[in-house]
Design a binder for this molecule. Structure first.
Ligand SMILES: NC(=O)c1ccc[n+]([C@@H]2O[C@H](COP(=O)([O-])OP(=O)(O)OC[C@H]3O[C@@H](n4cnc5c(N)ncnc54)[C@H](OP(=O)(O)O)[C@@H]3O)[C@@H](O)[C@H]2O)c1
Length: 268
C-alpha cells in the first residue's frame, strides 16, 4: 500500500525537493503552501499556515477524508530571525516561536489522533544544527529549534506504545530560500553596540548558507530514512566540520567549545 505523507512548507527549499522526490518514489504526497505555489503535478498542494490551527485541522481532515490515513508527517515549514536578541522586536520573537514551535505542534497534535488509531506513524521534525547549539545573532531561531528537540525527545517516549516514531532531522548549511527569507535586523535598526559585530557575523552566516549543499541532497537522505524499518532517533545531515562541531559540543568543556564557535563567527 502506498504511504500517505503530509509535509509542510513546500513552496521552496527542503520542502519543495522532499515533496517532489517522495512523489516520484510512489508516496502519496500532500504538501502545504501559504499561498498558491507551483509544484510537481504528482504533489497535492494544500493551502495552510502552520500558525493557524483551524487551517491545519481543516487540511488534515481533508486528507483523512480522502485517504483514510496519514502515515508520515514531515514538519518542515519554518522561518528564521537574525539579529541581536536585544534588538529583534517582540512580535518577531513571537512569530519565530509561533511558526517553528507552536506551528510544529499544531500539525503534530492535529495528526496524532489518526496515527494513534492506525497504530502506526512517523513524525519527522526538521530541527537544525542550531537546535543543538545556540548560534550567535540567531538566538530565537536556536531557541525555537531547541524547543522542538525537547518536545521530540519527550514525544518519542509518549508515542512508543502506539508504534509512532519521532525522528529529528538536523540539517547543517543548505542553499535554500532560508537566507533571503530571514528577517534580519541589520545596520539601520541595530543598536550601535551590536551593529559592526552583527554585520560581520551575518556575512559569515550568509556565506556559509550560500556555499551550502543543494536541498536535493537532504531530500534523497529523507527518502532513504523513510525506507528504513528502524530509523535512528536523529540524523545530522551536514558537512564534516558541522558534524564534528556537534560531537565537540558534547565532549568538550563548554568554554572551549564557545571559543571555537566565537572564532567561526568572528566574535572576539
Ligand atoms: N537551509 C538551511 O540551511 C537549514 C538548516 C537547518 C534547518 N533548516 C530548516 O529547514 C526547514 C525548511 O527551510 P528551508 O531552508 O527550506 O527554507 P525556505 O526555502 O525558506 O522554506 C521555508 C518554507 O516554510 C514555509 N513557511 C514559513 N512560515 C510558514 C508558516 N507560518 N506556515 C506555513 N509555511 C510556512 C515557507 O513558505 P512561504 O513561501 O509561504 O514563506 C517555505 O515553504 C525550516 O524548518 C528551517 O528552519 C534549514
Amino acid at each position: 500500500m502506498k504511504k500517505v505523507v503530509f509535509i509542510t512548507g513546500i513552496s521552496s527549499g527542503f520542502g519543495k525537493s522532499i515533496a517532489s522526490m517522495l512523489a516520484q518514489n510512489a508516496y502519496i504526497v500532500y504538501g502545504t503552501c501559504r499561498k498558491p505555489c507551483e509544484h510537481d503535478s504528482k504533489v497535492n498542494v494544500l493551502l495552510l499556515d502552520v500558525t493557524d490551527l483551524q487551517s491545519v485541522e481543516k487540511n488534515v481532515n481533508l486528507v483523512l477524508e480522502k485517504e483514510g490515513r496519514i502515515d508520515i508527517l514531515i514538519n518542515n515549514a519554518g522561518m528564521h530571525t537574525g539579529g541581536a536578541a536585544e534588538v529583534i522586536p517582540f512580535d518577531e520573537m513571537k512569530l519565530q516561536m509561533e511558526t517553528n514551535f507552536f506551528g510544529f505542534m499544531n500539525t503534530i497534535r492535529s495528526i496524532l489522533p489518526a496515527m494513534r488509531k492506525q497504530g502506526s506513524g512517523r513524525i519527522l521534525n526538521v530541527s537544525s544544527i542550531g537546535g543543538l547549539m545556540g548560534l550567535p545573532f540567531q538566538s530565537y531561531y536556536s531557541a525555537s529549534k531547541f524547543a522542538i528537540e525537547g518536545v521530540s525527545e519527550a514525544l518519542r517516549m509518549e508515542l512508543r506504545a502506539f508504534n509512532i516514531k519521532v525522528i529529528l532531522i538536523n540539517p547543517g548549511d543548505f542553499h535554500t530560500h532560508n537566507t533571503q527569507n530571514r528577517l534580519n535586523h541589520s545596520t539601520s535598526d541595530t543598536i550601535d553596540a551590536y551593529k559592526d559585530q552583527f554585520q560581520k557575523t551575518i556575512d559569515i552566516i550568509e556565506k556559509d548558507e550560500t556555499k551550502g549543499w543543494a536541498p536535493e541532497i537532504l531530500a534523497r537522505k529523507i527518502v532513504k530514512i523513510l525506507e528504513k524499518k528502524n530509523p535512528a532517533r536523529r540524523y545530522v545531515i551536514a558537512s564534516f566540520e558541522q558534524k564534528l562541531a556537534v560531537i565537540l559540543k558534547r565532549i568538550m568543556p563548554g568554554c572551549w567549545f564557545d571559543s571555537i564557535l566565537r572564532g567561526h563567527y568572528g566574535i572576539k
